[in-house]
Design a protein around this ligand. Structure first.
Ligand code: V4E
Length: 232
């Protein structure tokens, strides 16, 4: 999301549909009255154990602009009642809980990595303490890339549209809604569907995200495993 991710909660659900952008996307955004929020560049670092214990459980630990985030899968049970077109559209969307509070992130990761965490406190200087927990939990950076993002909003729907260009040569669009904890996910799915219709998106296949493509190129064996475990 735009810098405007200023929710005070430390947990929210990101509902998102990725799409292929083409030469006409900008014109279409203008035509539907999307408002440009601006452009920014950021570098993402993703962390996991050397044997990928987190990502194999669909947990994505990331540092972006000095802020930590952990994306965790949600139970997809809010849309049980939907059928037909709505459920097809919902299947094109991902929903991930986002935890942004570092102590909460550390607790969650520690629970998952019980067997690999060292309990000892390592002696660290102030400048090192931020990263010391990573080494205690045997976490290393496995992916690092920079994204140029142009963001738009369709104000009446409360959705954000991001057009991303990653520095490893992959571009992708995303329509997303950030739902506060306990909020209305089905309504977010409806907003995303209406926006996708306005943009004339016709594909019925999920579009790959940046990380998927990064893993396919850099860690093909792990990528294959994530596919076979239905994480990607
Ligand atoms: C790979 C992955 C995750 C890592 C973050 O991926 P993504 O949301 O694509 O990154 P980005 O830069 O757009 O983050 P934002 O700025 O929106 O916070 S989180 C979940 N996954 C798995 C995954 C999946 N299985 N399917 C789809 C369509 N996307 C991601």
């Amino acid at each position: 999301m735009w810098r405007g991710r200023t929710s005070t909660t430390t947990m929210s659900v990101e509902v998102e549909r990725k799409f292929v952008c083409n030469a006409d996307t900008l014109k279409t955004l203008e035509k539907i009255g999307a408002v440009c929020l601006g452009q920014r560049q950021f570098c993402d670092q993703y962390f996991d154990t050397p044997t990928f214990k987190l990502t194999l459980r669909d947990l994505w630990l990331r540092k972006r602009k000095e802020c930590w985030e952990l994306k965790c899968p949600t139970a997809v049970n809010e849309e049980k009642e939907t059928s037909g077109e709505r459920s097809k559209a919902a299947a094109l969307c991902s929903r991930y809980k986002e935890i942004t509070n570092l102590p909460e992130i550390q607790l969650r990761v520690k629970e998952v990595l019980k067997d690999v965490c060292e309990d000892r406190e390592t002696e660290t200087s102030r400048s090192q303490e931020d990263e010391a927990w990573l080494s205690r939990m045997n976490l290393v950076c496995f992916a690092e890339f920079t994204t140029m993002r142009r963001s738009f909003t369709v104000e009446e729907e409360g959705v954000q549209i991001d057009l991303d260009q990653a520095d490893f040569g992959y571009s992708v669009g995303e329509i997303e809604v950030l739902v506060p904890e306990g909020g209305d996910v089905p309504s977010a799915l409806e907003k995303i569907k209406r926006t996708a219709d306005m943009l004339g998106l016709t594909g019925d296949q999920r579009v790959e995200g940046k990380m998927s493509v990064y893993l396919k190129r850099n860690y093909p064996e792990h990528y294959a495993k994530l596919l076979s475990e239905h994480v990607l």
